[in-house]
Write a protein that binds this ligand. Sequence first.
Ligand code: TYM
Length: 336
Amino acid sequence: MERKKTIFSGIQPSGEITLGNYLGAISNWVKIQNEYNCVYCVVDMHAITVRHDPKRLREQTLDVLALLIACGLDPEKNIIFIQSHVPQHAELTWILNCYTMYGELSRMTQFKDKSAKNPDNINAGLFDYPVLMAADILLYQTDLVPVGEDQKQHLELSRNIAQRFNFLYGDVFTLPEPYIPKIGGRVMSLTDPDMKMSKSDPNPNSKILLLDEPEAIMRKFRRAVTDSEAVVAYREGKSGINNLMAIYSAATSKDYKTIEAEFSGRGYGDFKTATGESVVELLSPVRTKFNELIKNKDYLTRVYTDNAGRAAALADRTLEKVRKKVGFVKKENKNA
Ligand code: TYM
């Protein structure tokens, strides 16, 4: 019988989760949860590569966990856990560091962007971020990684590291493939549609948060930057409208041709309202479910504790092989 494929993906608890995260990643995670063995991780260790408030990180880690469940991920079917609870991630990162080149990490565009934004905190963790990500993925013998477009370069690096290791030691790691949605893979800022919608953007009007109230969502869409042409059409040079069309399409499953026909001869006002309403409809059940879950700390504690145990058991299988391959002496179990 064919082995059920494994999916792994992660999300940083470094800000409030946006519509970009949802359309680019989480909504896909929900769609594929029945077909694959899925492992989803709240990557708190990645989140400390930039200066952060510890109290906020603690709260946001639980918020993200609750939000993933509220979005429809089933913590019984999937493994949903907190990265720092499974120290195997840190251990494999150290080993993979020794198989990753300085030049490779220097070429990572996210490292360059984040260094430019935080010039007084270009720490070694920020530089090493993609290796921790490779360890996340490779520990679980992952076949597919559902992510937004911005993570593609990191995934290519993960593959290169895995290939280099396999070349030296035999087939230790499965080579992961990216799984990027055609529509929604790169949701843009509502105020600057040539930039990606980002959790860390200080302008609240640039991003739709998953927990935004309907009025806030409608207001942000009404204010979204477009152009002066007043034609709803998907084409080069109309990045604001293209972005709204992608959002509307992802939220309603209508294709671009249908959307163009629906709004032909109508102004942007109608189109922005329709887009806002489609997103309100998409997110309302998520907000309701989240508000219930976040009150239930005992349930959340049970979920992240049980799931960390399941994740660690899988991670150990890979790590055992890796330790042996690189020549570490096997540690004997003192109770044996
Ligand atoms: P993060 O937390 O920045 O984003 C989580 C997921 O959301 C996607 N995404 C977007 N998709 C479309 N449009 C956008 N504007 C947008 N913004 C974010 C991201 O591509 C991502 O899929 N390094 C990762 C977390 C990570 C990870 C991993 C991912 C750590 N280890 C292993 C996959 C596998 C990150 O910072 O994602």
